[in-house]
Write a new protein. Structure first.
Length: 429
């Protein structure tokens, strides 16, 4: 994708050249902390399109929205999971500079037109595949060379993830000689269906359809296809792998190993910061969390959760609940009986389990213990695990000394662990 989006370098002011189009490199600065980034803008029939990437954030081809150039004034937005960052600045010759806002935070940006000297050592092509009448769309990164390649399929986390959520990792695997398939989740981007009302079996079926497609591709070694699933994808990994026993490897990244209600309790407690509460605050917050989980997973009436939310709305620790029509309440009872460990007992492929020590979404120690026990009981001895110190659910370290903001950074050795381990398992294929 990035090769398509990048225009060859040209100087501002040359005849017929859109002045914003091209590759830009520089920094975003917030509270004195600088983040190295690059941005790519292209001319479209209706104006401009753009994307950004950052090695430090471990992102690539994240799309921009509402890109505008009005004389020398430049504007774009980047919509994240929780907030929207708004950028406003000016274009002067080969320099873009201005300010951005992200919720209550503010910063500056400074970029200069740059060039890319080499194309990536792989091609990126659109692909489509189907599962039970639902068509999924994605991108396949195929390493250069005439030989057939091993491959990896990336499985999404929860929520509406598009293919670019795994774009950076896919790039790194492709550069290491492993073809990478990323796709838009149901109802996202170019994919059909609706992830809001997709069961775990539906989502696992989508990944299996991707594996089947790759196994028939003449450029891919059917005996050397692996799986990478993060968060919800890591939790679904054993369900997928148990139905395709010929997988060359399985990487479960921050995958839950405990029943879903237990994982929800852990995640919600951390979200409310219950560990930092005391006395009655701690007791009330804990009772509230347990009630929400019972309503979600045990089928108690939603009205009970609604009443509890209204009763606790004044508490300093309070966080509201989804509306009664939210898909969370639809999916929770349908996953209440899902136990990842039961499926791990059926996995015969080599397994890598990776976690961040400070994962706020998944109970690391309990998940590791249950998964490794299940694999051991099944006779699978090819299991490797690594917990990255001080890293969070996304394997980033977000330490802020003296309370001062710092951009997060990737845990040391994270990328090397994933790719090195995968290659070690592929060497025998």
């Amino acid at each position: 994708m990035i090769a398509v989006m990048i225009c060859s370098r040209a100087r501002h002011g040359l005849a017929g050249e859109p002045p914003l189009a091209g590759h830009w490199s520089g920094h975003w600065v917030r509270e004195g902390s600088a983040l190295s980034v690059w941005m790519d803008f292209t001319r479209t029939d209706s104006g401009y399109a753009g994307s950004f990437g950052s090695d430090e954030l471990r992102v690539l081809d994240i799309p921009c929205r509402d890109v505008r150039l009005d004389s020398a004034a430049v504007h774009w937005k980047i919509v994240g999971d929780a907030t929207t960052s708004v950028f406003d600045g000016s274009l002067e010759h080969d320099r873009l500079a201005g300010t951005f806002k992200d919720a209550d935070a503010a910063g500056t940006f400074s970029l200069r037109r740059a060039s890319l000297n080499t194309a990536p050592p792989y091609t990126t092509e659109p692909v489509r595949f189907s599962n039970s009448g639902v068509t999924l769309a994605g991108s396949l990164l195929v390493p250069s060379g005439a030989s057939r390649h091993p491959a990896v399929v990336f499985v999404h986390g929860s929520g509406g993830e598009a293919r670019y959520a795994s774009r950076y990792l896919a790039d790194r695997f492709a550069r290491a000689g492993i073809a990478a398939l990323i796709y838009d989740k149901r109802g996202v981007g170019e994919s059909g269906g609706d992830w809001h009302h997709a069961t775990f079996e539906d989502l696992a079926g989508d990944a299996l359809a991707a594996i089947r497609m790759l196994s028939k591709d003449y450029r891919i070694r059917a005996d050397a296809i692996g799986l990478h699933g993060h968060s919800q994808g890591g939790t679904l990994a054993p369900l997928i792998a148990s139905q395709w026993p010929r997988l060359a490897f399985v990487i479960a990244s921050a995958g839950g190993g405990v029943p879903l209600e237990e994982a929800e309790l852990y995640s919600y407690r951390n979200f409310l910061g219950i560990a930092r509460l005391h006395g009655q605050d701690s007791l009330r917050a804990t009772s509230y969390v347990k009630l929400i989980a019972r309503v979600a997973y045990a089928g108690e009436p939603w009205s009970r959760a609604d009443s509890a939310a209204k009763a606790n709305a004044h508490e300093k620790w309070f966080a509201g609940i989804p509306d009664s029509t939210d898909s969370f309440w639809w999916l929770a009872p349908r996953t209440a009986q899902y136990d990842p460990a039961a499926y791990w007992k059926r996995v015969k492929s080599p397994v890598l389990l990776v976690y961040g020590e400070l994962d706020e979404r998944v109970p690391v120690e309990a998940s590791l213990q249950r998964i490794t026990t299940a694999l051991r009981e099944a006779g699978n001895r090819d299991v490797t695990s690594r917990v990255f110190p001080r890293a969070d659910h996304t394997f980033r370290i977000s330490e802020s000394p003296n309370g001062k903001f710092q951009w997060p950074r990737t845990a040391a050795g994270y990328l090397q662990t994933l790719i090195g381990w995968a290659n070690s398992k592929l060497s025998g294929h």
